[in-house]
Write a protein that binds this ligand. Sequence first.
Ligand code: SPV
Ligand code: MG
Length: 271
Amino acid sequence: MEAHNGLSAKIVEEAGFRGLWASGLTISASLGLRDSNEASWTQVLDVLEFMADSTRLPILVDGDTGYGNFNNVRRLVKKLGQRGIAGVCIEDKLFPKTNSFIGERQPLADVDEFCGRIKAGKDSQPDDDFVLVARVEALISGHGMDEALHRAEAYRAAGADAILIHSKLSSASEILTFAKHWERRCPLVIVPTMYYGTPTEVLLEAGLSNIIWANHNLRASITAMRETSRRIFETQSLTDIEGRVASVKDIFRLVGNAELEAAEKRYLPAR
Ligand code: SPV
Ligand code: MG
């Protein structure tokens, strides 16, 4: 489940999810920026550090293209490891990236060059549990099924732990075709933002092992914040809004004020 800062990470954990997607789109947007590598990779790293500090869930980071070539990927993986991040997903496009739902034929990376990024990432991982997911953008960029399967196999052979196959169609047809040909060679990850109408059981039965709900917490908060701002502006009052928003006490609970109070009893001199 998507999160984009420490607070949303906590909310995802409380909902019962077992893993977090640190979305490039929503981290950028929450900073007021476009999903075009406008935030530097170290600024993203700072956000990830807050997320990792606020939850015990494993975090899969949207590493975009890896921010450059093999050398940028290995430094990224090293720094993610130091922050206790569980894995990274890199996509076979070029820096600076463009969101998959923008434009038509985005240029893809050369296959061999991208395999070098995968190998460099795996060679730099902090431990054997670190996961590198290789994201195939061939279907998104209109290069067709054969190219998508060819790239996925090359990335698997280069050491990717899982393949993220992405599609922008409103039906899951090409994802299901891909999964059929893939024959569970390694775990397949999907992002059904556009083909959300397909029942999850159908996707799981087709052999897809991980589903990323990629941006819905940020989108939910946009709707809620827009409505709250509008109502307060129109009424110039809080009476209409108080019962509709999380309480201040809830904020204190979410960020762990009870732990601080207990620590104060332990560490501050008694008065
Ligand atoms: C993201 O959440 O940033 C993703 C998924 O990469 S998508 O926006 O579908 O490309
Ligand atoms: Mg992204």
